[in-house]
Design a protein. Structure first.
Length: 411
């Protein structure tokens, strides 16, 4: 069995590690020129599958938390605060020995997943040809590769999906009617402590009555131990967001910031602080239009999808990467049992994988559209779920920080 993997993101690299552990031959192709070509994102929460991942990967990748925890060097558990109308006090979820959560800094996570994986950089897929005997992939640089199975882990605008379904992304991706302004800021000392107190790793403040919600997140703690890089996403319902003349298409960074600061003035002061401390230069220039993808079926054969290529979703519930890694864990088990020559068995196994993956993925796509609405349980209670845990009251905290000495940082 020789597996061709298209895409060196979470899904592609996760699959590569699982195949390496099983001694299955693979090649992995990534369109970026190198690991620094593109910003990898801020942070991502991993939870119920941590042990499964560690077991499925070779031991030389090391410990996930030690390699990726965005709260290092602080000794604080990953924690997500949830502030919703009608819910008194601070609710949230937290990393505990019984229910571990690792909030992984995205670049560190990619580096961890890439441990000892020979990524072929600068390989942008252009064309795929497959039949019952084999599959070939052709790259923009004129080279090509042949294998028994090809896995499309090439993200939301997947060319592998376009090949499989013969339909372009523009036809398949669905607009999520929300506009967003995104900001980044570095905070130190007391300001940093106050953000950590709202939720060590992140927090969501939702207020449908005010007409918006905010996700505030820690990207990473700086090596000095008393400063952190933060990001926030201010979002409001907006069916017009994709229109070419939408104001966010041309607004300056200062105009976007002014708009948000005015809107959030109705929030309690502690939630306004992050916006007020963000400089205009910290506002993302490019407008953001969220799209997601719900597929009901996929053809079965030697070409298979994982992750966003099959079920792209909004990041509001923090589940896209999580489901991508579940796909990978499930698919790697299937591939490990296949005979490369038996196309009948391959089709049957892929059909079974697709059915489970699409049902689970689509469910997550739908619930991810609705993060701003707590769910009502059958007994009429409001329920908030994050990191697969039901939110519980979290005590108010006083965060204590200690500056890491310069010598310790350089060592
Ligand atoms: C702002 C934001 C925050 C998020 N936060 C969370 C979170 O907290 N928790 C969570 O679980 N999920 C989160 N997600 C979702 C998560 O990032 C995705 O679900 C996950 O990255 C999907 O992994 P993937 O491997 O399918 O795709 P990607 O990670 O997008 O990787 C695809 C790779 O394929 C490569 N590629 C694309 N086209 C080609 C081509 N033609 N040829 C070769 N290579 C190609 C790309 O360069 C890329 O490296 C977030 C997403 C966003 C946008």
């Amino acid at each position: 069995m020789h597996v061709l993997i298209v895409g060196g993101g979470l899904g592609g690299l996760g699959l590569a590690q699982s195949l390496r552990k099983q001694g299955i031959s693979f090649e992995i192709f990534e369109r970026d020129e190198n690991a620094d070509s593109r910003f990898q994102g801020w942070a991502i929460g991993l939870h119920t599958i941590i042990n499964d991942l560690q077991k499925a990967f070779p031991s030389d990748v090391g410990d996930l938390k030690a390699a990726t925890d965005h709260l290092q060097p602080l000794d604080l558990p990953a924690q997500i605060g949830l502030y919703f109308p009608g819910m008194e006090g601070r609710l949230g979820v937290e990393d505990t020995p019984e229910a571990p959560i690792v909030r992984a800094e995205r670049r560190r996570l990619r580096d961890w997943l890439a441990t000892n994986i020979p990524i072929q950089w600068g390989k942008r897929v252009q064309r795929i040809v497959d039949n019952d005997e084999e599959v070939s992939v052709y790259f923009e640089d004129g080279t090509s590769a042949k294998g028994d199975i090809l896995v499309g882990a090439d993200g939301i605008k997947s060319v592998v999906r376009t090949h499989l379904l013969q339909r372009p992304s523009e036809e398949l991706l669905k607009l999520v009617p929300l506009s967003a302004v995104v900001g980044e800021v570095t905070l130190s000392g007391e300001e940093f402590k106050r953000q950590l107190a709202l939720g060590h790793s992140a927090y969501i403040f939702a207020s449908p009555n005010l007409g918006f919600f905010n996700f505030g997140g820690l990207h990473y703690v700086l090596p000095d131990g008393v400063s952190g890089r933060h990001y926030w996403m201010y979002m409001e319902p907006d069916p017009e967001v994709a229109k070419p003349d939408h104001w966010l298409q041309t607004a300056s960074q200062q105009e976007k910031l002014d708009y948000v600061v005015k809107k959030v003035s109705a929030m309690p002061p502690k939630f306004q602080e992050i916006f007020k401390l963000t400089p205009a230069s910290g506002i993302k220039k490019e407008p953001h239009v969220w799209r997601d993808l719900e597929l009901t079926s996929l053809p079965t054969g030697r070409v298979i999808l994982v992750g966003d290529a099959a079920h792209a979703m909004t990041p509001f519930r923090g589940e896209g990467g999580y489901h991508t890694l579940i796909d990978v864990l499930k698919l790697s088990k299937v591939v490990g049992q296949l005979d490369a020559k038996d196309i009948g068995a391959i089709k049957a196994a892929v059909a079974e994988y697709n059915t489970e993956m699409l049902a689970r993925g689509s469910e997550a796509v739908r619930s991810s559209r609705n993060v701003q609405k707590p769910q009502k349980t059958s007994d009429g209670k409001m329920k908030l779920i994050s990191a697969n845990q039901e939110a519980r009251p979290l005590p108010e905290e006083e965060i204590k920080l200690e500056r890491v000495p310069e010598v310790a940082i350089t060592a």
